[in-house]
Design a protein around this ligand. Structure first.
Ligand code: TYM
Length: 329
């Protein structure tokens, strides 16, 4: 059985970008693959977090995972900081990563923008921690949105470099990027990614947003003055709405065009709103239920971390042996 690994940071509320981009599809892997899904709290602290809020969001993300259909009897669902091997392998991998490679990471560059001097080193090294997450579990496939592709590529480079020195040690992972939904754009500026950290709340829709708020945000989404519904780079706002619709319904583009041909933007927005509600509405309700059962969430995380640690320890021991660390007795 091949292995799937993915994770999401509990650094803020999830948007529909996180969900449609990748999370929505995770449950479908569970019968065919060995799956591990982490709550990447160790990544989240690369941006300063309120400790109480971080704990709450970590639980909320566990609840969301379960609400989307992830099943702790089929998948390993856990919190990354509960498995100490992430940090340990992470340190080793830093010594197999070139500065030049990290300097090329788009996400780091866009996150530091004009504030390079004050950016913390963790933010810079974060792709190495992500490589550690992935490589600890002999991962074959990493389902992610488009913005994480470069991080999976650096993971492959690090693994290949290590393997070329010490012989076959790590499985070389491949990113799995959805055909639709992997690049959900801002509703206010459809040339940039939808992001929870956007200062304009009308730019994003949260996964757990109530129907009326979501409806209002879609009705305010930026379109254009062309007045025709085409899937074209010249109409990024319309393209984004069609992408959201497609990611919700999994319909092919021909069916979608037949439905929207000759219709106006108001109709498109109403249909997108309803498609989205049908997709995220049940997740919102189930998340509330799981959040009411905190003991269960903690139990899931505990069992998940025990299973994950067992696998991670084997990989770490293999790596320590290869690089020449003396085994303790
Ligand atoms: P994060 O928490 O920023 O995002 C979680 C997932 O959501 C995807 N995503 C999007 N997809 C489509 N459209 C968007 N607008 C959009 N915004 C976000 C992301 O691509 C991602 O798949 N470093 C990772 C978390 C991580 C990880 C890992 C992932 C830590 N360790 C190991 C895979 C494997 C991150 O910050 O994702």
């Amino acid at each position: 059985m091949k292995t799937i690994y993915s994770a999401i940071q509990p650094s803020g509320e999830l948007t529909i970008g996180n969900f449609l981009g990748t999370l929505k599809g995770w449950k479908d892997f569970q019968d065919e693959y060995k799956c591990l899904f982490g709550v990447a709290d160790m990544h989240a602290i690369t941006v300063r977090q309120n400790p109480q809020l971080l704990r709450e969001r970590t639980k909320k993300l566990l609840a969301i995972y379960l609400a989307t259909g992830l099943d702790p009897d089929k998948s390993i669902i856990y919190v990354n900081s509960h498995v100490k091997q992430h940090a340990e392998l992470g340190w080793v991998l830093h010594t197999y990563t070139n500065l030049g490679q990290l300097n090329r990471m788009h996400q780091f560059k866009s996150k530091i923008k004009d504030n390079e001097e004050r950016a913390n080193v963790g933010l810079y090294c974060y792709p190495v921690l992500m490589a550690s997450d992935i490589l600890l579990y002999d991962t074959d496939f990493v389902p992610v949105g488009d913005d994480q592709k470069q991080h999976v590529e650096i993971t492959r480079d690090i693994a290949e470099r290590f393997n070329s020195i010490y012989g076959d040690t790590f499985t070389i992972p491949e990113p799995l990027i959805n055909k639709s939904g992997s690049r959900i754009k801002s509703l206010q500026d459809p040339t940039v990614k939808m992001s929870k950290s956007d200062p304009n709340p009308n730019a994003f829709i949260l996964l757990l947003e109530e129907y009326n708020v979501m409806k209002k945000k879609i009705s305010r989404a930026v379109t254009d003055s062309i007045g025709e519904i085409n899937y074209s780079e010249d109409q990024p706002g319309i393209m984004n709405l069609l992408d959201i619709y497609k990611a919700c319904n999994n319909e092919d583009m021909d069916t979608i065009f037949a439905k929207f041909e000759g219709q106006n933007y108001g109709y498109l927005k109403r249909e997108v709103t309803e498609a989205l509600e049908t997709t995220i509405g049940p997740v919102r309700e189930k998340t509330k239920d799981y959040l009411n059962n905190e003991d269960y969430l903690l139990e899931v995380a505990k069992k998940g971390s025990e299973k994950a640690s067992e696998i991670a320890e084997k990989t770490l021991a293999k790596v320590y042996d290869k690089i020449g660390f003396l085994r303790s007795i």
